[in-house]
Design a protein around this ligand. Structure first.
Ligand code: CU
Length: 272
C-alpha cells in the first residue's frame, strides 16, 4: 500500500512539473557587428521570425517534452543538433520546414549547433534544470572577419556576441551578486577556438562539464573549455569588489588586434 501511495505521488509530481512545450526555431542570415563596427556574415537560429544577432539560449525543466518546428529562411541547407542529448534534426532545405521532438530527461547545459555549418553560425544553448538559481550566461566564441576556415584565423572574441567594452551592458552576462550568494555561470563555447577562462577573486566549482563528466566537483580558478562544449560553474563570493574574468590566452582578449577588446568581463560583488 505504501508503495502504491508513493507511486501516485510520484506520478502526480511528474504530471505537475513536466510539460509538453512547443519550440519554434527560425533560421535567418544576417550580420553581427563587432565592437568596432566590423560586420561579420552569420546565420542565426532564434525563436523570432527575423534575423537576431544573438545566440538562442533555451531554458527548460527536467522531464519537459519539446515539440520542435524549424523554419529555414536562409539560402543554404541546415541541420540542427544537440550532440550531448543525441538529438539530430533532419536536413532542412532552403525555404523548407520540419517538425521534431525531444524529451529532456537529464539536467545540464548543452550546445545547440548546426551539423552542416560550424563556423559562421551563431550556435545556441539549452539549459535543463537549475532553474531556481541566480544565473548568468556566457556564450563565448571566436569570429574571423574574413569568414574563412582555410586558414582559420579568428580576430574577434565575444561573450554573447559582445566584447569588452560593450559586454558591460549585457545584464544576462555580467555577474552582479552579494557576498554569500550562490551564483551559477553557464558557459557554452560555440566557436572553433579553445578557451581557458581565468577567474580573479574566487574559485568556482564545476557542476557540469559536457566534455569531461569526471571534472564535476573540481574547485579552481581556471576553466579550459573545448569548442562546441559547455560548463556549469557554481561560485559563492566571500568578499566585495569588482573582479575580472578573462581568457588566459591573451589573443582572445583582443578584438581586431586591439587589447583588451575581447573576452573580458567583470563581476561585481556587493555587501549583504
Ligand atoms: Cu587572470
Amino acid at each position: 500500500m505504501r508503495y502504491l501511495i508513493l507511486f501516485f505521488i510520484m506520478t502526480y509530481w511528474n504530471l505537475s512539473f513536466s510539460q509538453i512545450k512547443t519550440l519554434d526555431i527560425y533560421i535567418h542570415h544576417g550580420q553581427v557587428l563587432m565592437y568596432d563596427s566590423i560586420a561579420i556574415d552569420v546565420t542565426s537560429f532564434n525563436n523570432i521570425d527575423s534575423f537576431q544577432a544573438k545566440h538562442l539560449n533555451l531554458k527548460y525543466s527536467v522531464g519537459d517534452s519539446l515539440l520542435i518546428s524549424i523554419y529555414n529562411r536562409d539560402s543554404s541547407s541546415h541541420q540542427l543538433c544537440i550532440p550531448y542529448l543525441n538529438w539530430f534534426s533532419d536536413t532542412i532545405k532552403t525555404g523548407d520546414s520540419l517538425n521534431s521532438s525531444l524529451k529532456l530527461n537529464q539536467s545540464g547545459f548543452f550546445v545547440l549547433k548546426d551539423v552542416i555549418h560550424n563556423h559562421n553560425v551563431l550556435d545556441g544553448s539549452i539549459q535543463v534544470g537549475y532553474n531556481n538559481n541566480k544565473s548568468f550566461y556566457w556564450n563565448i566564441r571566436s569570429f574571423s572577419s574574413v569568414n574563412s576556415l582555410n586558414p582559420y584565423r579568428p580576430d574577434y572574441f565575444t561573450l554573447n556576441t559582445h566584447s569588452k567594452p560593450d559586454i558591460v551592458y549585457d545584464s544576462s552576462a555580467v555577474p552582479v551578486a552579494n557576498v554569500g550568494d550562490t551564483v551559477l555561470i553557464f558557459i557554452a563555447n560555440t566557436g572553433l577556438s579553445y578557451h581557458s577562462l581565468h577567474f580573479h577573486g574566487f574559485h568556482s566549482e564545476i557542476l557540469f562539464s559536457s566534455k569531461f563528466s569526471n571534472h564535476s566537483g573540481r574547485l579552481k580558478d581556471t576553466f579550459p573549455i573545448y569548442p562546441k562544449q559547455s560548463l556549469i560553474l557554481r561560485m559563492v563570493p566571500d568578499k566585495t569588489g569588482i573582479y575580472p574574468v578573462h581568457d588566459h590566452n591573451l589573443l582572445a582578449v583582443t578584438g581586431g588586434g586591439i587589447y583588451p577588446n575581447g573576452m573580458f568581463i567583470s563581476m561585481k560583488i556587493n555587501g549583504q
